[in-house]
Design a protein around this ligand. Structure first.
Ligand SMILES: [Zn+2]
Length: 266
């Protein structure tokens, strides 16, 4: 069965990972712009990163028969520098018409600071003015519940936000319900230890049903598993769920969300 990984940072992964993902049935990935493991010093560094996401990485993925899409922004961690963030936000529009760009992301909060909130809202403004989809990173561990609440409040306060065009990512047991209830898509990140394990993600699907739920590996330069989505597929099959349900979560749902993108051509 083919699958899609809607959140993975392929610039940090090797070609061997692409090969193994292709063997496992990966048809497409989407790569949100994120922190590189170090703070970049200039807007020019982000300009190069956006070229990598929109030009170089799709070509590398194509060598393995994997379609590569991406999201553009300055991530929440580097958003602490508001001056730099505004320079980077001004760079984004020139890239939005490129064919593999799905929208603005992964924007969000990291430590739930006022500067992060300012830059988050300025990204939301850009998305509203350009009618782009939005992908949202929610904070880790201890900061997650408060940060998710802050994000949902900021989304509710911007009356231009259309919930079916926004995905709230990295949800867990204590944050999935408010995001789904507000009409947003949600992403479950399958990490070996923190965030959702495949078993916890399967529990969430059994509790809330498959509607507006995505599953991703969020594979990056840290400890993570680019084959986490196939592992969830195995877990769902092991529990006796029909193929149609598995396919809905790992293939049809991401496509349904992406098809709303301005650049979608199929
Ligand atoms: Zn990410």
């Amino acid at each position: 069965m083919n699958y899609i990984d809607p959140h993975i940072h392929m610039v940090s992964r090797t070609t061997d990972d692409y090969q193994r993902m292709a063997y496992a049935g990966c048809a497409a990935v989407s790569e949100p712009a994120f922190w590189a493991g170090f703070d970049r010093g200039t807007a020019a560094a982000f300009h190069d990163y956006f070229r990598q996401l929109t030009d170089a990485e799709p070509k590398r993925a194509a060598l393995f028969g994997v379609r590569h899409y991406c999201w553009l922004c300055i991530n929440a961690k580097e958003a602490e520098n508001v001056t730099l963030s505004r320079e980077v936000i001004r760079l984004i529009p020139e890239f939005l018409k490129l064919p593999n760009v799905l929208g603005i992301g992964e924007i969000g909060l990291n430590k739930n600071t006022p500067n992060e909130a300012t830059v988050f809202q300025e990204h939301l403004d850009l998305a509203a003015r350009t009618n782009e989809l939005v992908l949202i990173h929610t904070p880790h561990l201890a900061d997650k519940y408060k940060g998710t609440r802050m994000i949902l409040d900021m989304l509710a306060n911007d009356k231009r936000v259309q919930p079916h065009r926004v995905c709230v990512d990295h949800v867990e047991e204590h944050t999935i319900r408010p995001a789904l209830d507000a009409g947003f898509w949600v992403g479950m990140t399958l990490y070996p230890t923190t965030k959702c394990t495949p078993a916890r993600a399967a529990d969430l699907i059994e509790t809330y049903g498959p509607e507006r739920i995505l599953a991703n590996s969020a594979g990056d330069w840290g400890k993570s598993d680019p084959l986490a989505v196939p592992e969830l597929m195995q877990e769902l099959k092991r529990r006796g769920h029909p193929e149609a349900l598995v396919r809905r979560v790992v293939y049809e749902n991401p496509l349904q969300f992406w098809r709303q993108s301005n650049n979608w051509r199929e």
